[in-house]
Design a protein. Structure first.
Length: 390
């Protein structure tokens, strides 16, 4: 079964950068983890998982030829990426996993502050959030966290910007995943307060820490990392990497402040997937959950109100380790997908003769059920909608 509906916007064997002369880099050590789409740019995040990453946040123009391999431009400038030369400045960018755009054309950038997080996990700066005005490319806000919100091994990897109750561009809520010190961090933009919530569902399941993609098997014990939300329903969906389940929690519970001692977060088990996955998205038009089970190398969806499941795309070649999925409001509601073959990178088995990183688009009018494939693989999700009693 071919993925005929997947449109490849850009692709690389190894990432290339438009580098100043004094930058050295190791392309085999660089992998993309997140994307964000604007009218004229595609932003990409490349955290410093290993040494040799010149820029952790960069972009390329939207209007590049389809299927090309554009060189990445550092954002907002190379001055912000001195860590690539070993120059640590905690007011600049250290290691970014994902970014998100708000309705005021501002890019919220969560900086983990950790170098070489796969090889030796070296925290060099406190985690922070930097907000850029995309009209001017200037910083308009800088968020730091109190010590009690963080853990010694905190690694902030994903973010949702909740603007539902916002009356200005500033009074938004941020929800951020802490993958290694498992929990969700909340930032209240109106009061500049932040806090952490923790639930056992945010921790990795050791029995689900072995993954299979094609002929590759690898082990990775990561906690909560997949994150998305439904503005209409007021629900945040999340998943650890090492699990086959998706969970949810009301935004009202996250916004209520730190949990009183002895009180439990009202978490719901949404469903059990056919295999583990990372990326999650919600189509706000009908609140469909979009996800990508690793082993099945597919993009699938589930509509909670109708219980309709769909397989939107399938490709054992192109959909190896889908790391980010976006419902692109700046692209008429098309779904954008980034796959990275992260497992090859992690195992140091990258083949630079093959395409390893792809940014693809699934057009809204092509998001249809593939019946033969659905019957071949079977249901992707078993849904429970049970409130967890722990």
């Amino acid at each position: 079964m071919r993925a005929g509906t997947l449109e490849t916007m850009a692709q690389w064997s190894l990432l290339e950068f438009a580098l100043p002369n004094d930058f050295q880099y190791q392309p085999e050590n660089i992998v993309m983890t997140g994307i964000e789409i604007t009218w004229n740019k595609i932003f990409v995040s490349t955290p410093r998982l290993r040494s040799g990453v010149p820029a952790t946040l960069s972009f390329f123009p939207r209007n590049v030829p389809l299927g090309s391999n554009p060189k990445l431009q550092a954002y907002p400038s190379w001055d912000w990426h001195g860590a690539g030369r070993g120059e640590i400045n905690c007011t600049r960018l250290i290691s970014v996993y994902r970014t998100r755009l708000d309705r005021c054309d501002r890019l919220w950038v969560v900086d983990a502050g950790v170098m070489t997080s796969i090889d030796d996990f070296m925290p060099v700066c406190p985690p922070k959030v930097v907000v850029f005005d995309l009209k001017t490319d200037q910083v308009i806000r800088h968020v730091t966290f109190p010590r009690e919100v963080l853990r010694p091994d905190s690694l902030l990897t994903n973010v949702v910007v909740d603007e539902v109750s916002a009356k200005t561009c500033d009074d938004v809520f941020l929800y951020m995943t802490d993958t290694l010190g498992p929990g969700i961090l909340i930032f209240d933009g109106a009061t500049d307060r932040s806090w952490r919530v923790v639930h056992s569902s945010m921790f990795p399941n050791p029995d689900q820490a072995i993954y299979t993609i094609g002929s590759d098997t690898f082990e990775f014990l990561d906690g909560v990392v997949g994150l998305t939300f439904s503005p209409k329903l007021g629900i945040v969906y999340y998943q650890p990497l090492a699990t086959d389940r998706i969970f949810s929690v009301p935004t009202s519970a996250l916004q209520a402040g730190p949990l009183p001692f002895g009180e439990q977060l009202p978490v719901t088990l949404v469903g059990r997937k056919s295999s583990q996955g990372l990326a999650l998205a919600v189509d706000p038009r009908d609140d469909t959950i979009i996800f990508s089970p690793f082993t099945e190398t597919a993009i699938a969806s589930w509509q909670p109100q109708t219980n309709q499941q769909r397989i939107l795309a399938y490709s054992p070649e192109k959909l190896q380790f889908t790391a980010d999925i976006l419902w692109a409001k700046y692209d008429n509601g098309n779904i954008w997908i980034m796959s990275s073959r992260f497992h090859k990178f992690f195992l140091r088995q990258i083949d630079n003769r093959q395409i390893n990183i792809r940014i693809m688009r699934l057009k809204a009018d092509n998001q249809v059920l593939i019946p033969a494939l659905f019957n071949q693989i079977g249901p992707y999700l078993q849904f429970y909608n049970n409130t967890l009693g722990f």
